[in-house]
Ligand binder design. Structure first.
Ligand code: HPA
Length: 291
């Protein structure tokens, strides 16, 4: 038990076939607080909570006030859902997320994006802080995610399926939607913010990579590495959401610079470049038009 009396380990696996009942309870809890029907879901990663300042908030729900959800533990993660409008568009914003490295199941990690879908969202925008694996992607690079490598050894769709939610063998050819990526590029141009594009490799963490692992990831075709996002993208696509995302490179990957990595450096990098990313996302959302 933790000091507050909460169990330290949070539940077990959640199979796809179990999500529906849990989502019904989550939706009910949200609907007691807001009737807003979001068109777009946005997930804000480490240190990227600043975008929330641009939202006209109608309701803010801390994770721990929703059934089955623990409070966010990762530093730099506020841990709440915001419902409101961004550039006139109804949005739900997840400030902070659940990670495998916190000991959570893949099923819990993806539950927030499945909830967004259930609440009415059609488009999902994922963001994260990442290490640069491509030597050209230094700190401050914003990288549109063109594709990903799920190297966690975990998968949110393992176990009995629920065909009502999504197919047993979902196609992932276009998980990172090419039209939405074009929309992000247009938003970058309009905001005069340079956007790179590349492949995001997802590992579990919580340690940062070794220099040999970063070299391996480069060989495998990765441009950036982090500890989130891939499982959410897969589950979101499965559930019918159209998915896009941007990684904010906060540091060169291990071995690509002389300094040691720290979470403080990651948060500082996100704080510096975060406002640029916020502008791109606000413009992207605006480009999708009001509802
Ligand atoms: N590795 C993994 N995750 C990260 C990194 C990194 O270098 N930087 C920010 N998140």
């Amino acid at each position: 038990m933790s000091e507050s009396g909460e169990p330290l380990v949070h539940g077990g696996e959640i199979y796809p076939a179990q999500q529906s009942d849990l989502l019904v309870a989550l939706e009910r809890a949200v609907r007691l607080r807001t009737g807003l029907r979001p068109r777009i879901g946005i997930v804000l990663g480490s240190g990227l909570g600043g975008l929330a300042d641009a939202i006209e908030v109608e309701a803010a729900i801390p994770f721990e006030e929703l059934p089955g959800w623990p409070a966010a533990t990762a530093p730099g993660h506020a841990g709440r859902l915001l419902f409101g409008h961004l550039a006139g568009v109804a949005v739900v914003v997840q400030q902070g997320r659940f990670h495998l490295y916190e000991g959570y199941s893949a099923g819990l990690v993806v539950q927030p994006v499945l909830l967004m879908r259930r609440l009415g969202a059609e488009i999902l925008v994922l963001t994260n802080a990442a290490g640069g694996v491509n030597p050209d992607f230094g700190a401050g690079t914003l990288m549109i995610i063109a594709d990903h490598l799920n190297l966690t050894g975990r998968h949110p769709l393992m176990g009995p399926n629920d065909d009502e939610l999504g197919p047993r063998f979902p196609d992932m050819t276009d998980v990172w939607d090419s039209e939405l990526r074009a929309g992000l590029r247009r938003a970058g141009t309009a905001e005069n913010v340079a956007l790179a594009e590349g492949v995001y490799a997802c590992l579990t963490g919580p340690s940062y990579e070794t220099p040999a692992e970063v070299r391996m990831l480069r060989t495998l075709g990765a441009d950036a590495v982090g500890m989130s996002t891939a499982l959410e993208a897969v589950a979101a696509r499965w559930s019918g959401l159209r998915v896009c995302g941007v990684s904010l490179v906060t540091n060169p990957g291990a071995g690509l610079s002389t300094s040691a990595l720290s979470h403080e450096e990651v948060l500082a990098g996100a704080t510096t470049a975060g406002p640029r990313l916020a502008r791109v996302i606000a413009r992207f959302v605006e480009g999708l038009g009001p509802v």
